[in-house]
Unconditional design. Structure first.
Length: 484
């Protein structure tokens, strides 16, 4: 499982459990809260009515009490109103009044007058000076039929002469309970949704930073040019900076060791040749031989200088991770400049360089432009032409062509030389590896590695292989800018 998905699942699990716990508590507390508010209202109502009916009860005129008649009439009336969107069609109160013995003397419903209520908690407790209340189901198997009863003592001359009870069914406020629960659940769902979106955003941000860092590590491991991405001033950014510093130190140490070994190996041959020629020149010899050995010393010295110069150029290029200031490079002009640079070498070998314009996909030559470093591209193309000139038979033709191939520009250099032997195909891009040229000269073996680094720096590639019609064909591929 990817780390981004793990983070998201862990985050959502924590948020989901917390939200579920809170929502469950809120939903479960709605009903007790409403019941508590209802009981408080019933207490106030019972106390007020008990005080109002005390005189009539003490005087024994309950049957003709204007207050009780008014209550009976009011409770029987219908209503047509809405409370917070919940319809209300009647009063849900039931009021009954008992004497000191618990016998019902008044019942607004008219059904239990004369019944003995002395054992019901609301009456029993109130007659004994305590708070009397009860919740009783109208139907034993139906919790929704619960009715809440709250009583208040009827007092006269300091003693309790009766009990007034106000009752209200829980079902009358059930709509408010359910609406509150639905609203809590719906808002909770919105909260979970927003939390999920935040979790996805945070996970995407973390996973993106980690993915960019792992891509960078993979590129370094593969030996490709890699630039540490911008990771911000976070722990991931600190980790990336530490990896970059470690990479620079390790690569620098390994690079220097490898470079010193290979350079020492390559310089042994010209140094030995110069040493041998110098020792021979110390003896008496004909002038012609002396000139021959002197020319050999100069040739080997030039080879050393060329080797060092090209190696330094390659080192600078290998250490460069990206182009500092890319510019638009016209490939048609680049080919003409490269052809002009090698005109002297072509003339010395009697070679003909033919430059072919780009016509593939109907693209005119002048339309092929890339973003890059014109000088590096010119040097890379010059190295490919130097190789072609070195291996092409005298008097033959070298083809230099450019064309569009999909979203890339391909620059191909083809010669009519002997081609590449099978044993050398896998080693062409190794530093200091070179094949013997037809004239016996030996190159530095740094030209193709330089071309590969230039191509990599531009986001392209280079391939060298045998051409179908014979000879060698080197192809430099460069990405083209997006066409709008």
């Amino acid at each position: 499982m990817k780390i981004g998905l793990r983070i998201l699942l862990g985050y959502f699990l924590i948020v989901g459990l917390a939200a579920w716990f809170l929502l469950n508590v809120f939903v479960q507390q709605v009903k007790p809260g409403v019941r508590g508010a209802l009981e408080d209202t019933l207490v106030d109502t019972a106390q007020v009515l008990a005080a109002a009916v005390a005189d009539d009860m003490q005087a024994g005129r309950l049957e003709h009490s204007p207050l009780l008649d008014s209550l009976r009439g009011s409770l029987a009336k219908g209503l047509d109103m809405k409370i917070s969107g919940v319809p209300k069609d009647r009063l849900h109160y039931r009021i009954y009044l008992t004497d000191a013995a618990g016998i019902v003397r008044f019942d607004s419903s008219g059904r239990d007058v004369g019944q003995d209520y002395s054992r019901w908690n609301d009456v029993y407790l109130t007659l004994r000076g305590r708070y009397g209340a009860r919740s009783t189901r109208e139907y034993a198997e139906d919790d929704a039929s619960t009715v809440m009863y709250v009583a208040a003592p009827v007092r006269a001359e300091g003693r309790i002469i009766g009990v007034l009870t106000v009752a209200k069914p829980i079902a009358s406020v059930q709509a408010f309970i359910e609406r509150s629960q639905r609203r809590i659940l719906s808002q909770g769902a919105v909260l979970l949704g927003v939390s999920l979106l935040i979790g996805i955003a945070v996970t995407f941000w973390l996973a993106r930073a980690l993915h960019r860092l792992t891509d960078y590590v993979a590129a370094v491991q593969a030996g490709r040019k890699a630039v540490l991405p911008a990771l911000g001033k976070t722990e991931i950014g600190t980790l990336g900076a530490a990896l970059e510093a470690m990479r620079v130190k390790l690569e620098g140490k390994e690079y220097v060791e490898t470079l010193m070994h290979t350079l020492a190996h390559e310089l042994k041959s010209p140094i030995a040749a110069i040493q041998a020629a110098a020792e021979l020149m110390q003896e008496d010899m004909p002038e012609q031989e002396r000139r021959h050995f002197l020319a050999n010393i100069q040739s080997q010295n030039a080879r050393q200088r060329q080797l060092i110069d090209r190696l330094l150029a390659l080192v600078r290029l290998e250490k460069q991770q990206r182009l500092d200031a890319p510019e638009t490079v016209d490939l048609a002009q680049l080919l003409r400049q490269a052809a002009s640079d090698c005109s002297a070498s072509l003339a010395a070998r009697g070679l003909d360089l033919q430059v072919q314009p780009a016509e593939a996909d109907g693209a005119p030559e002048a339309a092929l432009r890339v973003q890059g470093d014109a000088l590096l591209l010119r040097q890379a193309l010059g190295n490919l032409l130097d190789n072609a000139i070195g291996f092409a038979p005298a008097g033959s033709r070298i083809m230099l062509a450019v064309r569009r191939q999909g979203d890339q520009a391909e620059i191909a250099v083809t010669d009519g030389g002997p081609g590449i032997p099978a044993y050398a195909a896998e080693r062409l891009f190794e530093r200091f590896y070179s094949l013997p040229r037809p004239d016996g000269a030996k190159s530095t073996g740094l030209g193709l590695p330089f071309v590969r680094e230039v191509a990599s720096l531009h986001g392209g590639s280079v391939d060298v292989g045998n051409a179908d019609q014979g000879g060698c064909r080197a192809v430099l591929r460069l990405p083209l800018p997006l066409r709008l």
